[in-house]
Design a protein around this ligand. Structure first.
Ligand SMILES: [Zn+2]
Length: 71
């Protein structure tokens, strides 16, 4: 039987995990939106299948695109 993921972790192009979601704690529509945003941003989205899991989320280290606000 195919397992359903219990959550997803988004890893940016810089290799930093920038987001995670527990699908049991998020509305299905919101989960879809968030997954779409991550993919649109060029992130790698990995499913998690364990009952409990954790991810170390950090700030993106990519250089800011031109037009973004400077830090
Ligand atoms: Zn990044």
């Amino acid at each position: 039987m195919k397992r359903r993921p219990t959550g997803f972790v988004a890893t940016c192009q810089c290799g930093v995990a920038i987001g995670a979601m527990d699908i049991n704690r998020i509305e299905r529509a919101d989960a879809g939106r968030l997954l779409g945003k991550w993919l649109y941003d060029g992130c790698t989205v990995e499913p998690r299948f364990a009952g409990t899991w954790s991810a170390e989320i950090g700030p993106c280290k990519c250089p800011k695109a031109q037009g973004d606000q400077h830090e």
